[in-house]
Design a protein around this ligand. Structure first.
Ligand SMILES: [Zn+2]
Length: 123
């Protein structure tokens, strides 16, 4: 089974965190921004849909009185339960795309006064 780990410091990230906040996870140790790889989200959604469909068919075959309502409810519940579960077990973490504004320096710091300074003043 896939273990959710921070790709930076190999810290294990608990399944509940990755399921609850799959779009924006922070590594508890090194505070790297992580996200669940989109592939696992697709898988979990598909499994949820499949479960919903199955639930819908099963409940539709059995009940006759509340025919229209219950199957939809069951399908909805099945999707809501299965999808996050699958996500918890399949999720792979990857680095989240860096926030555009605060790109960690490394570029820029050294050049800070190379470009602007040293203006040759005319006489
Ligand atoms: Zn980390």
């Amino acid at each position: 089974m896939a273990v959710r780990m921070c790709p930076h410091c190999k810290t294990e990230i608990s399944a509940s965190i990755s399921a609850a906040r799959s779009n924006d996870i922070e590594c508890p140790k090194c505070e790297a921004r992580l996200e669940v790889a989109s592939g696992s989200r697709t898988i979990s959604t598909l499994c949820g849909l499949a479960a919903g469909t199955i639930a819908w068919r099963l409940s539709r075959g059995s009940s006759s009185d509340l025919g229209g309502v219950l199957p939809t409810l069951y399908a909805f519940l099945a999707f809501g339960i299965v999808s996050p579960l699958v996500l918890m077990f399949t999720a792979n973490l990857r680095n989240a795309p860096a926030i555009p504004v605060s790109i960690p320096a490394q570029a820029g710091v050294h050049d800070a006064h190379g470009a602007a300074g040293h203006g040759s003043d005319h006489h």
